[in-house]
Design a protein around this ligand. Structure first.
Ligand code: ADP
Ligand code: GN1
Ligand code: MG
Length: 355
């Protein structure tokens, strides 16, 4: 452990002396560390991404949502627990401008990068569906928007076109195929936002980042334990949550797979997630149900466009571990979108089968 990390950890009243602190997990946004104390008690330390400009508001959101969710938790591991600083704050602001937080480590749990069985994926649907269901009566107006326009897909297109016009790294010339793919689907991009504006879809409190690795399952029962990564909890559409889960978890290959022939959207996983989500969220409206396939497609298109934008921009937002990783990520997303387009009728039939 570096002296720097030691000095950060000194700001938190941990169980005993920290003896280990190393990078951990596969998140793309925050810098996450596993901390182990001499007693064996473990924590998660995170340097909050500089993408979050209002850290005070962000942490207020997380504190109030976790406080609210705790009333439903049967197990103490059922909700994220913030470890307050020695000054009684929910995070520590270092004089160098970085912001840090500590959570209890959720023990005896599994965090999966892909479902090991369809049942795991079903349980993740129950976890995210129940999370939204539990927040139905939460006072949404008290939440700030940590990342404004987060799933405003037309706004993501606007940013894409801005970066493309500047082409700051001179990368556009080699990716015309991907650029054309995005531009050809601009009409789809606005569908959900339009329905929201017209009152055809309800605004709910949603998680907005429902990747499988943002949920913890119990290691023994493999049942949902806790929804994590609450940075983006804010008012949104149920279709964002449903769609993002399909994008990541119903994919047959990793998000940065280079062999695109391996990448498909697995219809059986789509079916099982739909089943779990509808069971956990029985109050979805007819329009929301009808648009579930569109949610999956738009979230995948949006995510691919964000990866491509970041690639063009020089990889500033999503953490990359090798050259071209954001381009590879964009390509898998576009392959998935294409596959969904080919399976469109089947996706609708599956949704209808649960009526
Ligand atoms: P990011 O926003 O970068 O994705 P996350 O909050 O999702 O950051 O954390 C990254 C990873 O760290 C998670 O996918 C999970 O593996 C692990 N993690 C985060 N919080 C906890 C926790 N409280 N207990 C156990 N593991 C955690
Ligand atoms: C990021 O934080 P993480 O790694 O769980 C991103 C999501 C993307 C996802 C793509 C705050 O999720 O929006 O869908 O990467 N989170 C943020 O893997 O931008
Ligand atoms: Mg995460």
């Amino acid at each position: 452990m570096t002296e720097y990390l030691e000095s950060v950890l000194a700001q938190f009243p941990l169980h005993s002396r920290p003896v280990y602190c190393e990078r951990y997990g596969c998140g793309h946004i925050n810098e996450t560390y596993l901390v182990v104390c001499s007693s064996g008690v473990r924590y998660i330390l995170q340097k909050i991404s500089p993408a979050f400009k209002d850290v005070e508001g962000l942490m207020r959101n997380i504190a109030s949502v976790t406080h609210y969710i705790r009333q439903f938790a049967e197990d103490p591991r059922g909700v994220m627990t913030i470890v307050q600083t020695v000054d009684g704050k929910d995070y520590y602001s270092n004089p160098d401008g970085s912001h840090w937080r500590v959570y209890d480590f959720i023990e005896s749990s599994l965090c999966l990068q892909k479902p090991e069985t369809p049942e795991d994926f079903y349980q993740s649907a129950v976890a995210f569906g129940s999370f939204s269901q539990q927040l139905q009566e939460f006072p949404a107006e008290t939440l700030t928007e940590p990342l404004p326009h987060f799933h405003d897909t037309p706004d993501r297109y606007r940013i894409f076109k801005e970066v493309l016009a500047k082409d700051p790294c001179g990368r556009a010339k080699d990716i015309q195929k991907e650029i054309d793919f995005v531009l050809a689907r601009e009409a789809d991009a606005g569908v959900l936002m339009e329905m929201l504006k017209n009152g055809q879809l309800p605004l709910r409190v949603t998680h907005n980042d429902t990747k499988l690795n943002n949920v913890m399952l119990d290691e023994v029962t493999r049942k949902p334990l806790c929804v994590i990564d609450l940075d983006t909890v804010m008012p949104g559409l149920s279709l964002y949550d449903f769609g993002d889960s399909i994008r990541f978890g119903a994919a047959t290959a990793a998000e940065d797979e280079q062999d695109l022939s391996k990448m498909e959207m697995d219809l059986e996983l789509f079916r099982i997630y739909t089943k779990g989500y509808l069971e956990a969220c029985p109050g979805l409206t007819a329009n929301e149900r009808e648009m579930l396939p569109m949610g999956a497609k738009i979230m995948t298109l949006e995510c691919g466009t964000r990866f491509l934008t970041d690639y063009l921009d020089g990889d500033h937002y999503f953490a990359v571990h090798r050259d071209g990783q954001n381009l590879d990520r964009a390509r898998t997303q576009f392959k998935l979108v294409e596959d969904m387009e080919n399976k469109w009728d089947k996706m609708h039939e599956i949704v209808k089968s649960f009526e």
